[in-house]
Design a protein around this ligand. Structure first.
Ligand SMILES: *[C@@H]1O[C@H](CO)[C@@H](O)[C@H](O)[C@H]1NC(C)=O
Ligand SMILES: *[C@@H]1O[C@H](CO)[C@@H](O)[C@H](O)[C@H]1NC(C)=O
Ligand SMILES: *[C@@H]1O[C@H](CO)[C@@H](O)[C@H](O)[C@H]1NC(C)=O
Ligand SMILES: *[C@@H]1O[C@H](CO)[C@@H](O)[C@H](O)[C@H]1NC(C)=O
Ligand SMILES: *[C@@H]1O[C@H](CO)[C@@H](O)[C@H](O)[C@H]1NC(C)=O
Ligand SMILES: *[C@@H]1O[C@H](CO)[C@@H](O)[C@H](O)[C@H]1NC(C)=O
Ligand SMILES: *[C@@H]1O[C@H](CO)[C@@H](O)[C@H](O)[C@H]1NC(C)=O
Ligand SMILES: *[C@@H]1O[C@H](CO)[C@@H](O)[C@H](O)[C@H]1NC(C)=O
Length: 659
């Protein structure tokens, strides 16, 4: 509420002109039909690909559909709990070229609403702005025509083809303006393409403008792929990155900036080097005083073959779907880091998955946009937490990728379309609620149901006490025969501990009819809407089920649908901490009404995907306003992280695994 008021006040006070209309309102072109017909081809924007996959066949043998979970009430009796985790475990990673694509505009209310949903559950939201683009990005004080961002030549050595870009401090003000509305904290990237002439303007201006809202600077991006992508000479190795990191550290220490202990590296794709190759250089010890966290970036697969020649046969999404739909999926992505999370812990550093999602090179049609991907992301995220990662940032691309947690409408359709929220956005909410907002949750993989990979479960201890369970059912069976019932017991029996089973539990479900489904996902009965339907607010009545326990028998029975995720609150306090009492919302009327909306020349936005900078041309159709006034309604200059996030260009991730 307060935020809404604030925003309205700002709009009224600052913009003067609130009316902006997007030109060129035309009927929806994007197909809304769904098809799983083999051979059906879709040629539109990836983010709106209608492909729906069939759920994989049921496993054979079927997992038992009844099993017990015996728990201790206190963490002190549990071996193998994770380090303390925060509800902001999952954050977002936004390619720099995307964020900066729309230089002057307004902060889209749907974006603020989505960030508010996470912040209310987690306390704050972490967003990284960086990626392949960061290495060749330069901050300059101004650009011609008042642009805030300008793209230059395309780097043909890099399969991700992220162009060099120039941007002004206005971009940092945009981020700062967002943080003044929602508790978003930022990671930025230091360019490392040319260490003979370092460019640390982003450090100077980033610290000055963002202050406490800045968490750290990533030094370079995926240096283990520099040589492969032609950015470094043959023979470039871990010691070379070690040296370059040192140059940045030294240069920063000679600058007059408040903080020099906020560097992050090595952000290996773990393609051409192992993390141990890096640790063995003495990296952590040498830079301990400067390092805020250790980072890696990884995807379980890539869709590069569908986009580029030389990568072999494209993956068939239907055939690959089952690889996301079991408990081995998440743990196998991070098995290469198990030593490193331990190394990081011993060094007293956070270990962060700085960029990840279902597949690099944009994800897979049908998979990345599915409810199955949401279940995969929950299990993967909780597995990372259990494995002592501190955070994981889900990559957000633009219209041209499949895996987006959220996507702004095509800019020429933004007047009559809302945003599109992908199923994995719900995973971010679910993980935030699973961990709560205390920063002091420890999680354990229960190896539930005899370690069956289709029915994984986790327990969360918060401030030392059993607080929540997270139970997943990866199967799809509309008959209900493969829903499972977990019989939960706290203490008692052979545990040697007193009966601790509560009188009742509360359960919140994430569900959809099938793992292939896209738009019928509900979280506690609420939905963010289907394609082009999201204003960033959960719609519908919150539905949290109550389960009466049998305290005499010391059991509570919780059913988990096939498919589905159940968040079990072991106490009312655990639920109250996870569930926001109220949700601050940002009025979407600011940008959607015929009056009081923002004018953006669609031609400008349509070309904002990489080839041209914003030309600063604004027009307005509203009474009493004119183009010269730059009526960027909702929030001056600050608007478009989202459009930016969405407006997007080719956000193709580098090939992160060895191919
Ligand atoms: C919006 O622009 C895209 C890309 O140029 C185009 O495919 C689509 O048809 C446009 N939509 C409308 C409604 O003009
Ligand atoms: C580094 O990137 C800038 C573009 O931002 C480019 O002008 C320069 O040539 C690059 N340097 C090297 C050594 O590649
Ligand atoms: C918002 O952005 C404007 C410049 O566009 C800047 O002057 C102002 O200080 C920013 N506000 C905050 C809170 O960062
Ligand atoms: C873990 O990493 C450290 C540092 O690179 C290395 O010395 C050690 O051998 C590794 N341990 C295992 C089990 O791989
Ligand atoms: C489970 O997932 C792993 C990892 O993706 C995959 O290799 C395996 O084939 C899957 N198992 C089944 C039975 O689908
Ligand atoms: C995570 O760290 C804790 C605390 O050091 C440790 O007990 C636990 O074994 C670690 N978990 C894994 C999976 O390595
Ligand atoms: C959680 O950690 C963040 C970052 O250190 C801090 O700002 C916040 O106040 C903490 N929350 C609680 C409840 O301690
Ligand atoms: C899922 O949503 C779509 C689009 O809103 C709707 O047409 C379809 O009937 C729904 N399917 C189920 C099984 O609810």
């Amino acid at each position: 509420m307060a935020l809404t008021t604030l925003l309205c006040a700002l709009v009224a006070a600052v913009s003067g002109v609130q009316a902006v209309t997007v030109y060129g309102q035309q009927p929806l072109v994007t197909s809304t039909t769904t098809s799983s017909a083999p051979g059906a081809t879709y040629t539109g924007l990836a983010a709106y690909d209608p492909r729906i996959l069939d759920p994989p066949p049921l496993p054979d043998p079927l997992p038992p559909n009844q099993f017990g979970i015996q728990l201790s009430a206190s963490a002190s009796n549990v071996q193998g709990l994770s380090i303390p985790l925060s509800g902001s475990f999952f954050g977002f990673s936004v390619e720099m070229s995307v964020v900066t694509q729309v230089s002057e505009s307004v902060i889209h209310p749907p974006f603020l609403n989505l960030m508010a949903l996470v912040a209310e559950r987690a306390g704050r939201v972490l967003v990284r702005v960086g990626g392949n683009t960061q290495d060749t990005a330069r901050m300059v004080q101004s650009l011609e025509d008042g642009k805030a961002i300008e793209k230059q030549q395309v780097d043909t050595n890099n399969p991700t083809q992220t162009p060099a870009l120039l941007y002004t401090p206005e971009i940092l003000y945009l981020l700062s303006n967002i943080s003044s509305l929602v508790n978003v904290k930022w990671y930025l990237g230091i360019p490392l393409n040319d260490t003979s002439e370092l460019h640390l303007e982003i450090v100077e201006w980033g610290e000055r403008i963002l202050g406490d809202n800045l968490l750290g600077f990533q030094v370079g991006n995926e240096p283990d792929l520099y040589q492969r992508h032609g950015h470094r000479q043959e023979g470039y190795g871990p010691f070379d990155y070690f040296g370059e990191f040192g140059q940045v550290r030294d240069a920063m220490q000679s600058m007059n900036v408040p903080a020099t202990n906020n560097l992050i590296g090595p952000s290996l794709a773990t393609g051409d080097w192992t993390p141990e190759d890096m640790w063995n250089t003495g990296f952590i010890q040498a830079y301990s005083d400067s390092l805020a966290a250790l980072s890696v970036e990884h995807y379980p697969d890539d869709n590069c073959a569908a986009l580029y020649e030389g990568f072999g046969q494209p993956v068939d999404p239907q055939a690959a779907f089952s690889r996301y739909l079991n408990h081995t999926a998440g743990s196998s992505i991070i098995s290469i880091y198990m030593n490193s999370t331990n190394v990081a812990q011993q060094a007293g550093k956070q270990f962060i998955m700085f960029e990840t999602n279902s597949a690099s090179c944009g994800g897979f049609p049908g998979i990345s946009t599915s409810f199955g991907a949401a279940l995969w992301a929950i299990d993967y995220g909780l597995q990372m937490g259990y494995s002592n990662f501190s955070h994981a940032l889900l990559h957000v691309g633009g219209q041209n990728v499949y895996y987006n947690p959220f996507t702004a409408p095509p800019t020429n359709e933004s007047s009559y379309h809302q945003w599109t929220v992908g199923p994995i956005f719900y995973s971010v909410l679910a993980v935030a609620e699973t961990l709560g907002s205390s920063n002091n949750s420890q999680i354990i993989d229960l190896q539930a149901n005899g370690g069956n990979i289709f029915t994984p479960g986790y327990a969360v201890y918060e401030n030392g006490n059993l607080a929540r369970l997270a139970l997943i059912n990866f199967m799809t069976d509309p008959s209900g025969a493969n829903d499972y019932t977990a019989t939960i017991a706290v203490g008692g029996g052979e545990s040697g501990q007193p009966n601790g089973t509560p009188a009742q539990l509360k359960v919140k479900y994430l569900r959809a009819p099938s793992v292939g489904d896209k738009w019928n996902v509900t979280w506690g009965g609420q939905s963010l809407g289907g394609q082009f339907e999201a204003d960033g607010r959960l719609k519908g009545d919150l539905d949290i089920q109550t389960v009466q326990c049998d305290q005499g028998a010391n059991t509570c029975q919780v059913k988990v649908p096939a498919p589905g995720f159940a968040l079990v609150f072991m106490s009312d306090e655990a639920m109250q901490e996870s569930e926001p009492a109220s949700t601050a919302t940002f009025a979407t009327t600011v940008v959607t009404k015929a009056k009081n909306t923002v004018t953006i020349d669609p031609e400008v936005l349509a070309t904002s995907n990489g080839h041209k900078g914003m030309k600063g041309r604004y027009g307005s159709t509203s009474a009493g306003s004119n183009a010269a006034r730059r009526a960027v309604g909702a929030y001056p200059s600050a608007m478009a992280l989202l459009a930016a996030v969405a407006g997007a260009a080719v956000i193709r991730r580098a090939i992160v695994r060895s191919v």
